[in-house]
Design a binder for this molecule. Structure first.
Ligand SMILES: Cc1cc2nc3c(=O)[nH]c(=O)nc-3n(C[C@H](O)[C@H](O)[C@H](O)COP(=O)(O)OP(=O)(O)OC[C@H]3O[C@@H](n4cnc5c(N)ncnc54)[C@H](O)[C@@H]3O)c2cc1C
Length: 393
């Protein structure tokens, strides 16, 4: 039996940051991941907010930045485009397109440098509560091992099981789990290969199609759909889009990525005796944009801080870990209800309505774009927006 203060399951952005912060504060930390290479394969379009990284003190490193972005292009079903540039935009997930295979490894290396012990190709397979903590059974390269931890941090991503094994109700309902698929492609003829492009409407019911540039002719081309709103598979929607979009029709896929994106907002049940749940496993994804890297990192930081403090206190009870709920509610989740409402509005629009809104928006010179100014403009051009969004921001 291996003994540790804190066991972090999953070395994605949330798990590595949790491990790093806890280790920096003197706790004994083990970080495990079932993958043989941390970060690979990626399941992400790799867009991340510059300011979000800066706020967490993560210094940009050319080794893991594929592209620095200039702005965002929003595209209506009839191809009308609305351009928002980085100087005017204050929305999340704008800034860089990462090379996540390098980024995730880099974050794990930082956790190792802080003192965490990393075990790769090590999958958690079951969990048992005992009087003085939790015993997690893991499969490490074919060998079964037991790890006894005072606190477990579940960072096991969108299909998380660890929290549920510990008795928490942290499971995304089917109707709120976006089904995502993406090709990394070469030969993409982008209108501007320094802008993100998002395509709305029936091309991706319940979500949107994205083209995220990673190089002059390289991009992640993908989409997310809600199965309850779709009548084809995500793969069919994507291949149909790629065939018909002028930018992608001559491009070739070099990688395919599939995965779920929980877009329901933060789960209330993310803390229990001896356990904290972080990142996608606890629904930290922004329900409007589907982006979860920044919030995963941030939730990991709070979990690491709170868990290390609990180790110092010698008290791993739910009550003593509840500070994590407060920190994440106050700093990450406070706008998620609004984002959810904005998403509902967006999903209620037909292709024709989207075309009309885009036509109006394309005439406007934006000097500043933040959620409030966007909604004010929407209310001006779409009567439905007043009804559905009202005084949202
Ligand atoms: C197609 C797609 C595109 C996306 N695009 C973007 C984007 O552009 N921008 C953005 O911000 N977000 C995006 N997201 C969301 C983003 O990828 C996630 O929010 C983010 O990766 C969450 O980080 P995490 O640490 O919580 O989980 P993950 O990154 O999923 O990491 C979980 C880790 O846990 C490990 N693991 C799981 N189970 C076990 C186990 N039993 N034992 C050991 N290890 C285990 C996995 O191997 C994995 O390494 C996208 C998601 C998808 C699916």
């Amino acid at each position: 039996m291996i003994e540790t203060d804190i066991l972090v399951v999953g070395a994605g952005p949330s798990g590595s940051l949790a491990a790093k912060e806890a280790a920096l504060r003197g706790a004994n930390v083990i970080l495990i991941d079932r993958k043989s290479e941390i970060g690979a394969p990626k399941r992400c379009a790799e867009g991340v907010s510059k300011s979000g990284l800066a706020e967490l003190g993560i210094q940009p490193d050319p080794r893991w930045i594929a592209r620095e972005l200039e702005g965002v292009r929003l595209v209506a079903p009839d191809n009308t485009s609305v351009y928002l540039d980085n100087d005017t935009i204050q929305l999340p997930e704008s800034g860089y397109v990462l090379e996540r295979k390098v980024f995730d490894k880099h974050m794990a290396m930082d956790a190792a440098r802080a003192g965490a012990e990393i075990m790769i190709k090590t999958a958690a397979t079951s969990l048992e509560r005992v009087d003085d903590g939790i015993i997690v059974t893991v499969n490490k390269m074919g060998e079964e091992i037991q790890i006894h931890a005072k606190i477990v941090i579940a960072a096991d991503g969108p299909e998380s099981k660890v929290g549920r094994w510990a008795g928490l109700k942290c499971n995304t309902p089917f109707e709120h789990m976006e089904s995502c698929i993406q090709f990394e492609m070469a030969g993409v003829e982008m209108e501007n290969n320094r802008d993100l492009a998002l395509f709305f409407g029936s091309a991706a019911p319940g979500g949107y199609v994205w083209i995220f540039p990673k190089g002059d002719d390289i991009a992640n081309v993908g989409l997310g759909i809600l199965k309850t709103k779709a009548d084809k598979t995500a793969y069919e929607y994507l291949t149909d889009f790629i065939k018909t979009c002028p930018e992608t029709k001559n491009a070739q896929a070099v990688e395919i990525n599939v995965g779920g994106d929980p877009v329901n907002g933060l789960m209330p049940d993310r803390v229990g005796d001896n356990i904290l749940v972080v990142g996608d496993a606890a629904g930290f994804v922004n329900p409007l944009t589907g982006g979860g890297i920044n919030s995963a990192l941030e939730s990991g930081v709070y979990a690491g801080i709170v868990a290390a403090q609990a180790i110092e206190d010698g008290n791993y009870s739910k009550k003593n870990l509840k500070e994590y709920i407060k920190l994440t509610d106050d700093n990450i989740g406070k706008n998620y209800k609004k984002y959810n409402k904005a998403k509902e509005y967006l999903l209620s629009l037909s292709d024709d309505e989207l075309n009309e809104i885009a036509a109006e928006f394309s005439e406007i010179e934006f000097t500043e774009v933040n959620p409030r100014s966007l909604i004010k403009t929407l209310i001006k051009v779409s009567p439905k927006a007043l009804l559905k969004l009202g005084k949202l921001f």
